[in-house]
Design a protein around this ligand. Structure first.
Ligand SMILES: [Zn+2]
Length: 197
């Protein structure tokens, strides 16, 4: 990172202050329990923070001569747009239609274009890999993968350089194996009024 860019501690603080990363005892949409909850939409609702964070992410790929940034909907749309703005290139998104991830709405990638694939949170890496496959099918060259948050616990593997701003704990438990439940800590279901996990 260059001079004047926020460091990892400052970036974490930006997420925590906006409620995008919460510590406590949470019931995830999957029904599993966790001590950490991530909802990137809560930081991305502030355009100046979205631009700042995506600007830092974009710097990690500055030397790769990226022609286009692609993100899988929904989580990747804002990330792709803001990273593309920082790099001065196109920002587009893929959508999953009947189970298949593809470019729609007239979006396309030309053969040989150098494409960066980005997402808000990577857990398994499945969505970004599907987006990369859609790009490759058109002849685009995927030159990197980026995310604001890596929640894969180091498990996500890519065939091009991967960078994330933050690593966030990926440990979850079945309710009957949850150490926080055992300690009697009350569990909360964040985002239950429409946002989900
Ligand atoms: Zn629990």
């Amino acid at each position: 990172m260059g001079f004047g860019e926020p460091g990892e501690a400052e970036i974490r603080q930006i997420f925590e202050k906006s409620g995008a990363i919460l510590s406590g005892h949470f019931i995830l949409t999957s029904g599993r329990h966790s001590d950490t909850y991530v909802q990137c939409a809560l930081v991305l609702q502030y355009p100046e923070l979205a631009a700042q964070l995506c600007g830092v992410l974009a710097e990690r790929f500055r030397g790769l001569n990226v022609n286009c940034v692609v993100g899988p909907a929904l989580g990747g749309i804002i990330i792709a747009y803001e990273v593309a703005r920082a790099l001065g290139v196109r920002g587009i998104f893929t959508e999953r239609v009947e189970g298949v991830m593809r470019l729609r709405r007239g979006f396309t990638v030309a053969p040989g274009e150098r494409v960066l694939v980005v997402e808000d949170v990577v857990t398994t890496g499945g969505s970004v890999k599907e987006a990369a496959a859609a790009v490759a099918a058109l002849g685009g060259e995927v030159v990197g993968f980026g995310a604001l948050i890596d929640r894969s616990g180091g498990q996500a593997r890519f065939d091009a350089p991967f960078a994330a701003l933050l690593k966030v704990g990926a440990v979850t438990w079945e309710p009957d194996a949850c150490p926080l439940c055992r300690q009697g800590v009350p569990a909360v279901k964040p985002g239950s009024r429409g946002l989900g996990a």
